[in-house]
Design a protein around this ligand. Structure first.
Ligand code: MIG
Length: 810
């Protein structure tokens, strides 16, 4: 059984915090100290980003890590001051203070705010282990870092956690596991590990990323109210401090450091359908037709492990899927894409060329005796690729040709914690060796455990890119480490068809979003167990607002395609999926913003309103971008719920009712009308209905605006939806502002930026709640508006490159 319970960090071995230190040398943006046999380096990478390294063995600093995407930082202005007691390293925004006796490090900003300050007594250091365990050589000692907790400091983030947003007073384990089916909110570590915490104190944010790929633990003011602990079983201390002061600033820099979510292919934002497994070609065709016959949009169908020949990766089962290429091309004509699952285990089988090829090339993990490491997974006894070896990743990626040749559009990486069967629920033993491919690169599994999933996803992405350089790869992963967002999107593994899991999805996705993984989603309807009509419909009422929208369930459960429970559930599912399909221009705009700045797509209220502490507990509602607030029903038989609306004016999407925040309200949300609110004066771009992405041009493109006194700016981003032309300027970006007063509403559509020309005739401005107007002027010329269409005033405009101003005189 996998260990998911808490472990006390402060036991075992004698902990030695750093003592006195002295300056060794410095350069433009960093300085190095010696404290005993330990080297400490402090570097200012950007005005609001510092890095600290502590290398117990005194060796040269090393920061290469699977997490890190950016190493070359632009030169910045840094000033250094030196006295007998203290050194400081200052950027234009913040200062690192390093006291020398003992060595303690802390940070402050220009406004005098202090953060991430070492605990005076405990500081940082290593644990002297008394037991001579087998790893003491390569692993070194456990390392620890203690930070003072600032007055009012509250902790968030920490990656994939299902219980609430706030992490203050908690112990967090970072160690990838495949938990037993039916995990609950009390579980600690799950499939992916992101040792990153975002703190808020008095509405101001800072972040700390503890970059260590061993088993890591945080104690966030649990053992002691006055401090936080960050520790690892071995390796060096390397951590990054993000100065903020807003959550958006922190996540922006964090994702600049660890990598941004790539631009997704547009089709991958559409509705998706999965089951473990659609067993054969006939069943897949039937499911596909089911969507089209019932007018339910769908873009993707998944093939789970039964498509393989005896679960051998990179093979097809010829009985179940005799003609994959024919099937996929037929599905393509109906507007479907196909994604196949791939597990890391390679069946040990002399007659299976993938296995023997990998062995000949020496690409598998090894035992301490130098044998191939074996364990059982679905195919039986398997060998496991050493994804730390670049050659393995390339080989793995090339093997995907068997899929891309057949027309497969994406790769689903599963079981990559890695999850193993012996003993049940296991992962790789600590002393398995990852040879790494080059001399000196070999590492124990314990040293890289949390990166195995990321490295597999990386192999998949890089492989797809090599096979189809002009297509944006679509890769989905279950496990990963910090930075996984640059390789793949993450789905959250095996949830259950429980109302509790519907609720848990919200904190889980928001915690991931604060930790750089913006592109994520949970299995709609729940994976384990049987779902029912009401649960499925309510799940879609939440699920269509996720960055990733896929229905999935396990072997032997009731079918849960959106229509199987009949009415009224089928219609609710259909309408929700249609709403998602129509919202794709809005969603895609959010993805592009995320790609540039890391801003989460599905985001906690606290991301936008960090000064409002009521948002810190709002974990069962969320924002989709800045303009939509979603508050799903997560209990059976319930039609009402409490919703917290933050500052500003909000309109109920279905009723049009106006609310002025901040306010606690009781929402009425009968089945089919989820509590969905739109922020006043924002323009929500919506396309026409379509059964799949790209079925028809977005013509007309509707800009839905709910005017109320005030001003907001919104953006619309479009491009070809695939390929990389956008990097060459082939995109269309438009800023839309809406200023409303009692007498007039002024909408300004800025000039279209970029060279992409959307294929359409009409842009339809829809002003919700405006039922009459004295006159409407388009660029000064009188225009007859459409009135009454769903309680809105509509103005029809052409798709033109220039700017347009629409004035509505009331
Ligand atoms: O042990 O491939 O989380 O989505 O359907 C189960 C079969 C293995 C776990 C994944 C799930 C998938 C299933 N896999």
């Amino acid at each position: 059984m996998t260990q998911t319970f808490e472990k006390q960090p402060e036991t075992g071995g004698r902990y030695e915090p750093l003592g006195a230190g002295e300056l060794l040398d410095h350069d433009d943006n960093s300085l190095r100290l010696r404290a005993g046999s330990t080297t400490v380096e402090v570097t200012a990478l950007a005005p609001d980003l510092f890095r600290v390294g502590m290398f117990p063995a005194g060796g040269p600093p090393r920061y290469d890590s699977e997490a890190i995407d950016r190493e070359d930082w632009d030169p910045i202005e840094v000033s250094m001051k030196e006295s007998d007691e203290e050194l400081t390293l200052s950027t234009t925004a913040a200062t690192a203070q390093i006291s020398l006796n003992p060595v303690r490090i802390g940070f402050s900003d220009a406004a005098g705010r202090e953060f991430a300050v070492d605990d005076r007594e405990l500081g940082m250091g290593a644990v002297e282990t008394t037991d001579a365990d087998i790893f003491s050589e390569p692993l070194g000692s456990p390392v620890r870092l203690y930070k003072r907790r600032e007055a009012g400091e509250r902790y968030f983030g920490c990656g994939e956690r299902t219980s609430g947003l706030e992490k203050t007073g908690s112990h967090q384990v970072f160690y990838n596991v495949d938990p037993p089916l039916g995990h609950t909110a009390s579980f600690n570590n799950l499939y992916s590990s992101i040792p990153f915490s975002l703190s808020l104190a008095n509405g101001k944010a800072h972040g700390l990323f503890f970059d260590n790929t061993h088993r890591v633990e945080f104690d966030l003011a649990l053992a002691s109210e006055d401090r936080a602990y960050y520790g690892a079983e071995g390796g060096a201390i390397v951590y990054y401090v993000f100065c903020g002061p807003t959550p958006a600033d922190v996540v922006d820099r964090y994702t600049e450091l660890t990598g941004r979510t790539p631009m997704p292919p547009l089709w991958s934002l559409g509705n998706q359908q999965c089951r473990y497994s659609y067993m054969n070609e006939e069943e897949v065709r039937e499911v596909a037709s089911g969507f089209r016959e019932r007018d339910i949009p769908c873009d993707v169908i998944y093939l789970d492990i039964h498509y393989m020949d005896g679960y051998r990766v990179f093979t097809w089962n010829e009985d179940r899927f005799p003609d994959p290429q024919g099937l996929i091309s037929d599905l393509g004509e109906q507007g479907f894409r196909v994604v196949t699952i791939v597990d890391p285990g390679v069946k040990v089988d002399e007659n299976y060329s993938v296995y023997t090829d990998g062995r000949e090339k020496d690409l598998y993990c090894k035992t301490r005796e130098g044998e191939e490491y074996h364990n059982a997974v679905w195919p039986g006894v398997c060998a496991f690729p050493d994804f730390t070896n670049p050659e393995t990743r390339e080989w793995w990626g090339q093997n995907q040709k068997v899929f891309t040749d057949a027309g497969v559009s994406g790769i689903w990486c599963d079981m990559n914690e890695p999850a193993l069967f012996i003993p049940d629920g296991a992962t790789m033993p600590d002393d398995v060796i990852h040879p790494g491919g080059r001399a000196g690169e070999a590492r124990w599994h314990a040293q890289i455990h949390n990166t195995y999933g990321s490295l597999m996803a990386r192999a998949a992405r890089e492989g797809l890119l090599a096979l189809h350089p002009d297509e944006r790869p679509f890769v989905i992963t279950r496990a990963g480490y910090a930075g996984l967002q640059r390789h793949a999107m993450q789905w959250t593994g095996d949830n259950s068809s429980w109302w509790e899991h519907l609720w848990m999805s919200m904190p889980q996705l928001q915690n991931l979003a604060l930790s750089g993984v913006a592109w994520a989603g949970v299995d709609i309807g729940g994976f384990g167990g049987d779902t029912n009509g009401e649960l499925l419909a309510r799940w879609y009422e939440f699920g269509v607002f996720q960055p990733y929208c896929r229905n999935h369930t396990t072997l032997g459960t009731r079918h849960q395609e959106p229509w199987v429970f009949g009415e009224p559930y089928e219609s609710v599912c259909r309408e929700m999926i249609k709403l998602r399909q129509r919202l794709l221009p809005y969603l895609y705009t959010l993805f592009e913003k995320c790609h540039r700045s890391g801003a989460p797509i599905l985001r906690p209220l606290l991301f936008e309103y960090p000064e409002d502490e009521t948002t810190y507990t709002a974990d069962d509602e969320f924002l989709l971008g800045e303009a939509l607030l979603v508050a799903p029903i997560t209990r059976p038989g319930v039609e009402h719920r409490h919703v917290y609306l933050p500052e500003g004016t909000w309109f109920h999407y279905y009723s049009g009712e106006r609310f002025d925040g901040p306010a606690h309200i009781l929402a009425h949300a009968p089945l089919g009308e989820p509590a969905l609110y739109v922020k006043a004066n924002t323009a929500i771009p919506m396309g026409p209905e379509a059964s799949y992405t790209g079925e028809r041009p977005t013509d007309p493109l509707t800009l839905l605006v709910h005017p109320a006194e005030g001003t907001e700016e919104s953006t619309l981003y479009e491009d070809a939806g695939n390929g990389f032309g956008y990097r060459e300027g082939e995109y269309a970006r438009r800023r839309i502002s809406c200023e409303s007063s009692e007498a007039r509403i002024t909408i300004h559509l800025g000039e279209r930026e970029g060279s992409f020309v959307p294929e359409r005739e009409e842009v339809r401005l829809q002003l919700r709640g405006v039922v009459e107007a004295k006159s409407v002027l388009v660029d000064g010329g009188e225009r007859e508006p459409g009135l009454g269409e769903s309680g809105a005033l509509t103005v029809s405009l052409g798709e033109e490159a220039g700017s347009t101003t629409v004035e509505v005189l009331l």
